[in-house]
Design a protein around this ligand. Sequence first.
Ligand code: G3P
Ligand code: MG
Length: 243
Amino acid sequence: MTLIIGHRGAAGTYPENTMLSFQGAHQAGANGIELDVQMTKDGELVVIHDETVDRTTNGSGYVKDLTLKQLSHLDACYTFKQYSKKTPIPTLEEVLNWASQLQDSFVVNIEFKNGIIQYPHLEQKTIELIHKYNMQKSVIISSFNHYSLVTCKQIDAEIETAILYMEGLYKPWDYAKTVGAKGLHPHYYAVNSFILNEARLNSLDVRPFTVNDEEVMKNLVNDGCAAFITDFPEKAVNINKEE
Ligand code: G3P
Ligand code: MG
C-alpha cells in the first residue's frame, strides 16, 4: 500500500504549512504530512518554507531576524482571500502536539530548511521535541543538507532520516547508507521502476515529491512505491483506492 503524504499539508487547497493545511490533509485521508522548518531569531522552530516571510505572509524579512513574538503577528494565509480569519505561522511544537493525538501513526515528515542558512542546534532542538511528544516512530527527518541528517543520527541513532535530492543521483541506495538514511525522497523525475526495485532490494523506502499528476500517481501506486508527497492528498487517496 502506497502512503499519501500531504506536501506542506494540502498546499494545493489550503495556505501551505498552516494548521488549516495540515488538518485539511488529515481530513482528506492522507497518511501523513510534510512540512518545512526554519528557526527564529530567538531560536524557536517554526513551520515555513522560505528563509523569508515575504511570499507566504503579510510581513517581510528573514525568519532568522524575527522573534517568535514578531512572527506571531503575521498572517500566513493572507493570499487566500476566502479565509477571513488570520492564520499564524505554526511552531513545530504545535504541529507535533496536534499530530501526536491522531490515530494510526500519522506520519510527520520534517524537512529541515538548512541548505542556505545553518541554524544552530536545529537537529538537537527538533529531536528533543520529537521525544517530548513521543513521535519517534512517526517522524521522518529529511533535508537537502545531508550533513544535517548525519548529525541527527549522531544525536539519536533511532531517528528515521531520508535524503532529499533532485536528479540522477548514482546508486542512491548505496549513498543513502553512507549517511544512515532509510529513505529516498527524490524529485519524481528521478524515479523509475529500476530505482524503485533497487531501493526495495536495499530495504529503502522511496517517497518522491511533489506528485500532483494523476498518471504519475497511478504509476507509483502500481509500482508499489512506499509513499509519495503531494499537494493534493484527496486526489491521491482516491487513486490509491481505485488502483
Ligand atoms: O520534502 C519534499 C519537498 O517539500 C522538497 O521541496 O521546496 O517543496 O520543500 P520543497
Ligand atoms: Mg518541503
